[in-house]
Design a protein around this ligand. Structure first.
Ligand code: SD4
Length: 302
């Protein structure tokens, strides 16, 4: 049986490498997604996920994360959670709850504490420095807020054919307190059904949500489209509709995989990196760019 894992952005590579060895030896896809995302959450070098994530307008790190099981369709999510080390693990734990499986803010923190999750101040000195510096530039008008965002999202398939997806992000830099993007929203930031496949998104949550793009990609794969076709069709359509109706479209990038381990990606920007590994492909990073409405890919790192 084939296995595979695909993830948004180059920052996912280390986690993908770590769990691809496991997946090759029979690790299940729920553990693979959680473990690989934790690697990104724990690295303060990545300024848009977990520890060291960039803060909101009030200089607080509020994190969003989600987990979905493609077999049971169970979903767990947290939004606007502060001061916990691994939001993805909290989201996974919530996915086994029959009720109350998506918690926000203080309620999510209360649940995490009651369930023994590790507390941690997620704001680093470096993030505070960047915040101060960017705040000055925003006031001067030399940069605009809400730039700087990269969600880690992953889709995995294990040798038993089970698929899971996960997302984790600090959302948009300088977001308003309480702002929630697409990443913890089922169907927008993520979706998986292991009778078909799974998809995750990254980019401007406010626009990604307008097309429920992850569900749309899974739906298209379910209609018989190959993952690459499904991803391109969905991104191209949402991008076109947003431009037609609103004059512009925010950044939208997606990765997806079907239950055969075939994968696809699409983007409407000119620099979207992603990491992928399958039974037939060693962990590899590619750069994708949108050229005239089509997504092109080139190898970055094997
Ligand atoms: C959000 N989609 O909160 C996230 C941010 C992101 O690449 O993915 N950026 O809107």
């Amino acid at each position: 049986m084939k296995w595979g894992i695909i993830a948004t952005w180059e920052m996912a590579l280390e986690g993908v490498i770590k769990v691809s060895n496991g997946l090759d030896k029979g690790m299940n896809s729920a553990d693979a997604v959680e473990e690989a995302i934790k690697v990104v959450e724990n690295n303060p070098k990545y300024r848009s996920v977990g520890y060291g994530g960039l803060p909101n307008e009030d200089c607080e790190v509020e994190l969003d994360a989600a987990f979905m099981d493609g077999d049971t369709l169970s979903i767990g999510a947290v939004a606007g959670i502060r001061n916990f080390k691994n939001p993805i693990s909290i989201a996974r734990k919530l996915s086994i709850e029959r009720f109350n499986c998506f918690l926000v803010g203080f309620g999510a923190e209360k649940y995490a504490l009651a369930n023994g999750f590790e507390e941690k101040n997620m704001l680093t000195k470096e993030s505070i420095d960047i915040y101060e510096e960017k705040k000055k530039k925003i006031i001067e008008g030399s940069i605009s807020p809400y730039e700087g965002h990269d969600t880690v999202g992953m889709v995995s398939l294990d040798m038993d054919g089970k698929m899971c997806v996960g997302t984790s992000t600090s959302g948009l830099f300088m977001k308003k307190k309480g702002r929630v993007g697409d990443s913890p929203i089922p169907g927008s930031g993520f979706y998986v059904d292991d009778n078909i496949g799974g998809a995750v998104a990254t980019g401007l949550g406010e626009d990604i949500m307008k097309g429920c793009i992850s569900y749309e990609i899974v739906r298209l794969m379910g209609e018989g489209h190959k993952p690459q076709e499904a991803a391109e069709k969905a991104v191209e359509k949402l991008n076109r509709e947003l431009i037609k109706r609103r004059g512009k479209a925010g950044d939208i990038s997606v990765v997806c995989m079907n239950n055969k381990g075939e994968w696809g990606i699409a983007t409407n920007i000119d620099k979207f990196t992603f990491a992928v590994a399958t039974a037939d492909l060693n962990p590899t990073v590619y750069l994708a760019r949108n050229e005239g409405g089509k997504t092109r890919m080139e190898l970055v790192k094997e």
